[in-house]
Ligand binder design. Structure first.
Ligand code: FAD
Ligand code: 2HG
Ligand code: ZN
Length: 503
């Protein structure tokens, strides 16, 4: 019996030849990287949990270059493979399909901060990095629509917009490295989704290069456009398996005039949920984030990152952010809410930040949990959507289920979005622990009709678990879409779709 998390078999794609390299060097002079030391960081994911063996890193700067790369991969290599590896009779009589149906495979890569093994090759797929596609193309200060190349780093876009009194509609802990193309490709959620919604709503247009090199210009900046199917939606969250995103237009909100962050402590998760209810009622339109972490997360922040707890020790901590246009009005609302939360004993301690440095420090406690976990040992990550009242039950049940097999079992995440991050660590990779966690975690999630990937995607690691959250007809339709857009399966193979659908 093959484990669903086992490495897939290498598909019969061509191997890169000198002729390929000569072509890439011609179109990407100085940007066709083959020095193993320079390629290596792109072969390993952020978590250092998966590693590919690509020998070539391509760094295009323009959409036209991406198009030329894919056109070459899909049309030229059939002949080359035939001539370099096989005689004609060999092809005719033995393994005709060797290169006829498979060409060079490619792994689109942004900031390489993905958490499901989707951003790095599995075998020798060529890596197509968008890092040099980092130009802002236009910003319309009336509509707030930003249009930029896919390789712009999220934080750089935020700085650019803040100077113009706008902000990005998404924010996440990886902002310093992740790129907008990667964010769109994973349909990243993050810390502001509660307020500004998902990228399915804020992305107005995409430019893409399809597997055969065609450029698909859906780079609209319109809020409304019901002329037929909204094709861009198909690529949002497609994890590089349907096309390479080369440019993005995105609707950006005005920079709020007043931002407050409160860090609160609660005794029980039930109280935390009641605080969420109260918060929605009393803060209403100024509520922009409601996040949580448990005391185990706080322990890891203290131990591994030396970040002190700003309040007294509690089983649960909440980060609430308000963003509004009137500091006096917002402060009054926040004051009323805090008074009510304290007098009704929903929260036991708390601190408020209005100035930037303290706001940043409080946010670090939530944003840096992922980093703290990397210092705790080998980490198993689960990114689960559940009805919000069930989210912590999974952590409690997992702790009971694992007993003392795990080093740490922590829960944190986006309460406002019903999204739990359940992480389990062990001193080193431990197959027995993995067997205890999976499929338990997926069965538990499916029993509540939850999602086994709320925001990180499926990538390599979760591809075979898709059926816990999607009906088989839906998965089959995904396979048909993939086959239509990428008939040779060259775009990010082994990712997102389960092995039993692979061509
Ligand atoms: P990569 O990691 O390079 O790639 C991710 C996937 O997208 C891969 O499948 C890749 O092939 C594909 N891809 C990348 N660029 C393109 C492109 N131009 N065209 C087509 N496909 C492409 N995620 C959340 O949703 N919410 C969070 O709050 C969050 N916080 C995080 C915090 C930390 C510290 C870290 C390390 C990660 C976090 N993530 C979070 C994971 C998240 O998926 C990524 O951070 C981000 O969205 C990926 O962007 P990237 O540019 O690094 O893409
Ligand atoms: C977050 O919300 C990210 O901090 C990362 O999505 C979650 O590391 C994780 O499990
Ligand atoms: Zn998250």
């Amino acid at each position: 019996k093959v484990s669903p998390s086992a490495a897939p078999e290498r598909l019969p794609f061509c191997r890169v030849t000198e002729e390929d390299l000569a072509f890439f060097r011609k179109i990407l002079p100085g940007r066709t990287i083959v020095d193993p030391d320079l390629v290596e960081p792109s072969n390993v994911d952020w978590l250092k949990s998966v590693r590919g063996s690509s020998e070539v890193l391509l760094r295009p700067q323009t959409t036209e270059e991406v198009s030329q790369i894919l056109r070459w991969m899909v049309t030229k290599s059939t002949e080359r493979c035939l001539s370099s590896h096989q005689t004609f009779s060999h092809v005719l009589f033995s393994s005709y399909s060797y290169c006829n149906s498979r060409n060079l495979a490619v792994n689109p890569q942004g900031g390489n901060t993905g958490l499901v093994g989707g951003s790095v090759p599995v075998y020798d797929e060529l890596i197509l990095s968008t890092s040099l596609m980092n130009k802002i193309l236009n910003f319309d200060s009336i509509s707030g629509v930003l249009t930029c190349q896919a390789g712009c780093v999220l934080e750089n876009l935020s700085f650019y917009l803040e100077e113009r009194d706008y902000i990005m509609p998404l924010d996440l802990g990886a902002k310093g490295s992740c790129q907008i193309g990667g964010n769109v490709a994973t349909n990243a959620g993050g810390l502001r989704l509660l307020r500004y919604g998902s990228l399915h709503g804020t992305v107005l247009g995409l430019e893409l290069v399809l597997a055969d090199g065609q450029v698909l210009d859906c780079l609209s900046t319109l809020r409304k456009d019901n002329t037929g199917y909204d094709l861009k939606q198909l690529f949002i969250g497609s994890e590089g398996t349907l096309g390479v995103i080369t440019a993005v237009s995105i609707l950006c909100p005005r920079k709020p005039k007043s931002v407050n962050v409160v860090f609160l402590g609660c005794e029980t998760f039930e109280q935390l949920l009641k605080t969420f209810q109260l918060c929605k009622g009393m803060l209403g339109e100024i509520l922009s984030a409601f996040e949580f972490l448990d005391s185990e997360c706080m322990r890891l922040l203290n131990t591994h990152l030396k970040l002190p707890n700003p309040i007294s020790d509690c089983p649960f901590y909440i980060v609430i952010e308000t963003s509004g246009s009137d500091p006096t009005h917002d402060a009054q609302k926040l004051h009323n809410f805090l008074e009510e939360a304290m007098t009704s004993s929903l929260v036991s301690d708390g601190t408020v930040a209005t100035e930037e440095a303290k706001i940043k420090a409080l946010w670090s406690l939530r944003e840096r949990v992922t980093e703290a976990l990397t210092h705790d040992g080998f980490t198993h990550k689960y990114d689960i959507s559940l009805p919000v009242e069930r989210i912590y039950q999974l952590v409690t049940d997992m702790r009971k289920h694992l007993g003392n097999q795990a080093k740490s079992v922590v829960g944190y995440g986006h309460v406002g979005d019903g999204n739990l991050h359940l992480n389990v660590t062990s001193p080193s990779k431990d197959p027995a622990l993995l067997a205890a966690i999976e499929p338990f975690v997926y069965e538990w999630t499916a029993s509540c009709r939850g999602s086994i990937s709320a925001e990180h995607g499926l990538g390599l690691k979760k591809r075979n678990y898709i059926y816990y959250s999607k009906q088989s007809q839906a998965v089959a339709l995904m396979g048909n879409i993939k086959a239509m857009l990428d008939p040779k399966g060259i775009l990010n193979p082994y990712k997102t779709l389960p092995d039993n659908l692979k061509q």
